[in-house]
Write a protein that binds this ligand. Structure first.
Ligand code: NAG
Length: 398
């Protein structure tokens, strides 16, 4: 074999020995790599043995395609969780395992371990609801918590180094700089925006129902509603996307759908392969459109925003004007008085547009789905809300 390839290369017997040596070294290196990789793989498998797994679709594809992003998929998930209440293991292709943890008792040890990659992500959600100051230990945690780049990597060309994808010192610095964005006085006026967006959605539903539509895809409507709210809160921009098509909103929806689709296809996980496919091309085109929108807003704001610090701005203006997310990003400074670069501002704004709309729309769809399926709980929720709101004017609700 060696000789064959050497003579094919046109190398005479004189040159053979250095080439042979090179091939030997290269071959041993490759063998060592393969052995090391195989060892790691079997070691991982051994550690994962205690997690049950549903029957595979095939030895090569593993469980890919078992859970589709459809109502069938939702039913499948419910069924899987009922069968494996603690959690289970999926194989995404022949060698890549994915653990799905369901029970709080199984999740707790992971989320409360220091250096936990899940903690960071959960923090993002918790910050939004609790408005907590960044706690102690986060910096150290961010430094040791690796983020999974196999799934997240596909978001990189779109979201850049925003909070979702960044790690280490960059993540800590940005996380601290973003804290004012979740100040209660900044969030409070958003309530009116949410209310308005929801009213638009309700009016639309009423119109559709009166025209005889008996079935609506909730996720579609809710996504438009959350995107409408976010575009107003992040950019102070009214696209009326719930009423008429918006190029920018359509691009975000397309990107989200393409990411979901790509996650199901291991063969297009490598970027260079994906970007050769028609979907990859659409992905890049939509990325450009979304970036251009954000860049244009940033440029416009840089011209019009006052240069004073965020605290002054809050004191003077907050009562009359809603301070949107992009203003906060442009005004915030780190400990050394350094502001975020345009690229960083764009990454954070794009990240919140994505992370804010998709999770909220999914969560709301899930709630509505379950309330519809369980009228007795629906009634209990209705009573609870009524109880909380009695003796209060709707506009007092903040
Ligand atoms: C929300 O919208 C409804 C309907 O227009 C209105 O009656 C209510 O006062 C609004 N509430 C807030 C908090 O803006």
């Amino acid at each position: 074999m060696l000789q064959l390839s050497l003579s094919w290369l046109g190398l005479g017997p004189v040159a053979a020995s250095p080439w042979l040596l090179l091939l030997l070294v290269g071959g041993s290196w490759l063998l060592a790599r393969v052995l090391a990789w195989t060892y790691t793989f079997y070691d991982n498998c051994r550690h994962l043995q205690c997690f049950p797994q549903p029957p595979k679709q095939s030895w090569f594809w593993g469980h890919l395609g078992l859970v589709t992003p459809t109502e069938e998929g939702m039913k499948k998930v419910t069924q899987l969780v009922a069968t494996y209440p603690q959690g289970f293991k999926f194989w995404m292709g022949p060698t890549f395992p994915l653990l799905i943890l369901c029970h709080p008792d199984t999740i707790r040890p992971i989320t409360s371990a220091s250096g936990s990659p899940m903690l960071e992500e959960m923090d993002l959600d918790r910050d939004i609801s609790n408005l907590v100051e960044s706690g102690i230990g986060k910096k150290e945690m961010a430094a040791v918590a690796p983020k999974d780049m196999i799934f997240y990597g596909s978001l990189k060309p779109w979201l850049g180094d925003g909070l979702l994808l960044s790690g280490g010192d960059k993540w800590s610095r940005h996380r601290r700089m973003l804290t004012p964005a979740f100040h209660f006085n900044i969030l409070k006026p958003y309530m009116k925006i949410f209310n308005k967006s929801v009213n638009i959605m309700h009016d639309k539903w009423q119109r559709l129902a009166s025209e005889g539509s008996a079935r609506l895809d909730m996720f579609e409507h809710l996504s438009l509603m959350t995107l409408d709210s976010l575009q107003k809160c992040v950019f102070n921009f009214e696209s009326n996307c719930q009423e008429k098509p918006s190029e920018y909103i359509a691009a975000i929806l397309e990107l989200s759908a393409l990411i979901e689709k790509r996650n199901q296809h291991v063969l297009v996980y490598p970027d260079f392969l994906y970007h050769l496919t028609p979907d990859g091309q659409r992905f890049l085109r939509a990325c450009r459109l979304v970036h251009d929108f954000t860049d244009a807003v940033i440029q416009e704001r840089r011209r019009t925003l006052p240069t004073q610090g965020i605290d002054d701005f809050l004191k003077n203006k907050a009562k009359s004007k809603t301070l949107d997310f992009i203003d906060v990003l442009l005004l915030s400074k780190d400990e050394d008085g350094k502001a975020l670069s345009d690229e960083d501002v764009r990454a954070e704004a794009d990240t919140f547009m994505f992370a804010g709309h998709d999770t909220t729309a999914s969560g709301l769809s899930w709630v509505l789905y379950n309330l519809a399926r369980h009228p007795e709980y629906q009634e209990r929720c209705r009573q609870e809300v009524k109880e909380l709101l009695k003796d209060r004017e709707p506009k007092e609700i903040e």
